[in-house]
Design a protein around this ligand. Sequence first.
Ligand SMILES: [Fe+2]
Length: 226
Amino acid sequence: MERRELLGTLAAGTLALGLAPHLDAAQPATSDPRADYKPRPFALETGLPGLSKEMLGEHLALYKGYVNRTNALLKDLQAAEAEGRATTAVQESRRRLGFEFSGMRLHELYFEALREKAAGPGPGHALQKAIQAGWGTFDAWWAAFKATCTMTGIGWGALVKDPHTGRLMNAWIQDHENAFPVGTVPILVVDVWEHAYVKDYGATARAKYVDAIRPLIDWGVVEKRY
Ligand SMILES: [Fe+2]
């Protein structure tokens, strides 16, 4: 094995174990203009009804980790491309980019639509008509969405739109990037990783957390995505 391959293999092993120091959550944002995503501000530090400030504070910190690691991976990958490197470590970094970038973007979609005084579903809005066309009633859709959000596994419950047809589907996103129906647009996402609810609800009460989320969903934000 050539030295470069050996180093790549060792680096891939380190990455798999989550030990790579350059991917640490505390990594400062790079000044590289192609890798300069910034954490977006969300006014959630004081908590929301049913979601404690301690839990949301931790959650916002986790979100910043995804932003930092997305930048670090982009910077590493761009350097590898410039140098013509395509080692197994580079390949693993590219695979991990889907996880980190999607984690960043999903958290933004989630936090952006959470509000204490949330707007309710807009009567007559095209999204609400699509929900009625798909499930008959809002409550019937919510029951199916909640069942999606309480599936076994780590990931996200999502309401997505197929832009080719305008139709809606409830979808499950495993981790941040798997099982997502390609080409669909996320309209509403609910984080159901354990860090999103265990601190307040315990590991066995994800359904109570999803119930608490329902009145916090700002449909004014969600409907603009449809
Ligand atoms: Fe999360």
